[in-house]
Design a protein around this ligand. Structure first.
Ligand code: DGJ
Length: 811
């Protein structure tokens, strides 16, 4: 809800269910930020306004009429250089006379309701009863500029988004060097900036950076939102954890270069700005042209990081993801990449699909290698015709065989790219982002198509239309495997080269919009060498994204934990792959690989043809389990209860920093009648029998049954200890040991408890004894390095009860 109190100048009150955001217009016409935080009752700015009776020494008065008014230490909604504010500005530009000063003053406001679904540029959307809109019009009369600042208030999700549009009403051209989406000034205080940086196969490393004097910046400069620095940023005030404390969440609805900066001024005030990265950006506005920024999402929670994430999750599921896949269950897929990389052919794929069908997979996805002469990554991007040697019946032939097996069919594409070794490049060498006549630095042997050109956009739309119309394709994995270098478009003049990246995204979003509208039933999954473009811009068109090329469950657990701060499980694509893992060579149990992947959109990426019967049986049971709880796994309330980083404990003085690191997640159905809880440890703690879990988000008054997803173990896992039970001596790992393994499995522990929700959450559930080298029976928890468990909680009122025996996993 938005309220306006007309004092001498207006006071704007933007309320969501649990938060309030207030600013007012000063006598000078500057929007002064008053408050953002937990919901408050206010009918005036009394007591919320800072007092600046006299201008601070050595600062500049904004004008002669207001000698005590200086911008350097004000809390503002917008700031620019030239009138005394020397902190990070929201706007930097060069006026037509060469000056840099921008002096925007309040002009008027407009209120409206509802926000349309985005078309050629991503953004949030909502019906009239879901979103209130405030537009503040600011004018710089000296330079004939107008800045429209938009606030979109989503009360239910406790989210406010901001963006602005700058229009040049002057006769001359204006050059924009920076136009951020939002700026917020916090009161003096103790703040921590939480960022997510990383690299390929290790995306989303969370850093907690105390905000001190000076600036802390995260930004991407790869031409993508990037694995180097996700646009998701949080700021906490004072002490905050998952359940307590003040936490602000911010995210940009954009896939290009972004910039987030926290600055503590010499007065101790903290300013946060976010938007398009000004580095490499320069935009010319001719007379009556305008420039629109992407939207920045803001949320606040005074119940810690957990509630902040829940706000973000609700917002993304309801006001970002759209189309037929909005709030719809996602299929379980098998992807061919790690099963055979480029070495694919029809019979191999059909054999793989046949087994996939038997274990319960619903969608078969052919990854890279199916087109042109693509046998490795040196050629064929751009030649989107099936390789007839590999697929004699073309896409159609393979598709009909897969469909006959009872599976849906999907394919991998990378439409934004071209290899020099391709028909497309030979026909259109000018269609790439490159500086003519100068050497080009390539990534993965490929070049980026110049999507600023409408001809290139049309080519991609036509190509995708042809492919998607050629047979019954239900799913597209849309990849993008390199970052930008030598940024230049031959379609733009020399003085507009600073516009290339942003124009590229305008082109890409147009393409994505047209294709997703043309093929609304197709499930699109974004991908960019894993998580190099995991952002709300992509999610505005594609409902899910491949989170990382790393499928090692231990690494993934950390990566998925980090994504969960801002992105709901329904958007995070996760696969069970082989062990040893192809990215880390780490060996892990299939159970752990499943347990981690199940807390997102589950898929498989394994060579099923090489698997033993028992392994396939294990996968089958996993898939059955996931199908049963899929609604909760994909759309339930997700809780981070413990992360590896937080679990470092000095209570066990004998353990090293790695031993004992563990993680705990929980996901709870909307009606709270079902919950699934997962624990995972990195390294075993010796002589440690006791353990307790704390599932969260339950109804305190409901009685729940809690059972583990039961496991059984290979006797090979016990090595020579097998002799403590065997009547004859068995050589560890020898022939007899392996022979016995075919017939004997060691039963895992059975957890079975009936408890009230409040007891489970507060007292915790004390688990069966962990293995501690003093005995083993079916009451002992076999909990080794990289072990994990899923516990299923069902309310006694839940008539959807199920027998856990159905889900016995062969590990
Ligand atoms: C990078 C993706 O992230 C992988 O999953 C796979 O699709 C390869 N590209 C194919 O080239």
């Amino acid at each position: 809800m938005i309220r306006i109190v007309n004092e001498d100048t207006p006071l704007f009150i933007l309320d969501t269910e649990d938060t309030s955001y207030l600013f007012k217009v000063t006598a000078t016409g500057h929007p002064e930020h008053l408050y953002y935080g937990a919901k408050i009752t206010a009918d005036s700015s009394d007591g919320l306004t800072e007092c600046h009776e006299f201008a601070e020494g050595n600062t500049n008065a904004v004008d002669d009429e207001h000698k005590n008014f200086t911008l350097e230490n004000m809390r503002l909604e917008i700031s620019s250089y030239g009138k005394g504010d020397i902190r990070e500005p929201m706007i930097e530009l060069t006026n037509s006379d060469g000056s840099f000063t921008v002096d925007l003053r309040y002009d008027s406001y407009e209120l409206s309701k509802g926000k349309k679904e985005p078309e050629d540029f991503p953004g949030s959307y909502g019906a009239e009863d879901e979103v209130d809109v405030l537009k503040i019009v600011m004018k710089d009369k000296e330079n004939n500029l107008q800045l429209d600042m938009f606030y979109y208030v989503y009360p239910k999700c406790n989210v406010i988004t901001r963006k602005c549009v700058l229009t040049n009403h002057g006769d001359g051209r204006v050059i924009i060097d920076r136009l951020m989406s939002m700026l917020m000034d916090f009161d003096n205080g103790s703040y921590t900036m939480h960022t997510f940086t990383g690299a390929w196969t290790r995306e989303m490393h969370k850093s907690d950076i105390p905000v001190k004097a000076g600036k802390t910046v995260v930004s991407s400069y790869t031409g993508t939102s990037s694995s180097r620095a996700n646009p998701l940023v949080m700021i906490s005030e004072g002490i905050a954890n998952e359940e307590y404390g003040k936490v602000y969440g911010f995210n940009l609805i954009y896939s290009g270069n972004h910039y987030e900066c926290c600055e503590m001024s010499p007065y101790g005030k903290v300013r946060f700005v976010a938007g398009i990265n000004p580095s490499g950006f320069r935009w010319t506005l001719e007379k009556e042209e305008c420039f629109e920024t992407p939207e920045e999402v803001m949320t606040f929670s005074r119940e810690g990081f957990g509630k902040m994430s829940h706000n973000m999750h609700d917002f993304v599921n309801t006001h970002i993801v759209r189309g037929e896949w909005k709030e719809r269950l996602r299929p379980i897929l098998l992807n061919s990449w790690e099963a055979s990389y480029f070495d694919i052919n029809e019979s191999k794929l059909v054999n793989l699909a046949r087994i996939a069908k038997k274990i319960g997979i619903e969608l078969f996805v052919m990854d890279d290698g199916w087109f042109g002469t693509r046998d490795d990554d040196t050629s064929s991007l751009g030649d989107w015709y099936a390789n007839k040697k590999k697929l004699p019946g073309g896409l159609k032939g393979l598709c009909s065989k897969i469909k006959k097996l009872g599976l849906d069919f999907g394919i991998w594409v990378e439409p934004e790219m071209v290899n020099e070794k391709s028909e497309l490049y030979r026909s259109h060498p000018d269609w790439v982002i490159a500086i003519p006549g100068k050497p080009h630095s390539k990534g993965r042997n490929q070049m980026i198509l110049d999507l600023t050109r409408s001809g290139v956009q049309e080519y991609i739309i036509d190509t995708m239309t042809r492919i998607l119309s050629s047979c019954d394709i239900s799913y597209i994995k849309w990849d993008m495997n390199r970052t930008f270098t030598d940024i230049f478009s031959s379609a733009l003049p020399a003085d507009r080269q600073g516009e290339v990246i942003h124009r590229y995204y305008m082109g890409l979003y147009h393409v994505m919009n047209v294709i997703t509208k043309k093929f609304p039933k197709v499930l699109f999954e974004g991908c960019a060498a894993g998580g190099n473009r995991f952002d709300l811009g992509i999610l505005s068109y594609f409902p899910q994204i491949w989170a990382s090329d790393d499928t090692d469950p231990v690494v993934r657990a950390e990566i998925q934990t980090s994504y969960s701060y801002g992105y709901p499980p329904s958007t995070i694509s996760c696969h069970v792959s082989d062990s040893p893992n192809h990215q880390t060579l780490r060996r892990t149990h299939s159970t752990t690989r499943f347990n981690v992947a199940a807390f997102g959109v589950l898929g498989y990426e394994s060579n099923l043809m090489d698997m033993r019967k028992e392994q396939l049986e294990g996968y089958k049971k996993q898939i059955e389990c996931y199908k049963e709880w899929r609604q909760t796994m994909q759309y339930g309330r997700f809780y981070r209860i413990m992360s590896f980083a937080d679990s470092l404990s000095d209570t066990h003085s004998v353990i090293t920093p790695t031993t004992g690191k563990h993680l705990e997640w929980c996901v709870v159905s909307e009606d709270k009648k079902t919950a699934l809880s997962m624990i995972l440890q990195i390294m075993v703690i010796p002589n440690s029998q006791t353990a307790v879990i704390h599932p969260a988000g339950l109804d305190p008054d409901m009685r729940y049954s809690l059972n583990n997803r039961e496991l059984s173990y290979s006797i090979l896992d016990f090595g020579s200890l097998v002799n403590t039970a065997a009547p004859v001596h068995i050589r560890a790992d020898g022939h007899n040991h392996h022979l016995l393994d075919k017939f004997i499995r060691m039963p895992g522990e059975k957890e079975s408890h009936i408890m009230y929700g409040d007891a489970i959450m507060n007292a915790g559930v004390h688990l069966k004894s962990g293995f501690a080298a003093v005995g083993y029976d079916d009451q002992v928890r076999f909990y080794q390095d990289y072990s994990s468990r899923i516990y299923i909680l069902r309310s006694e009122e839940n008539d959807n009860g199920n027998d856990q025996q159905d889900h016995k996993d062969n590990g």
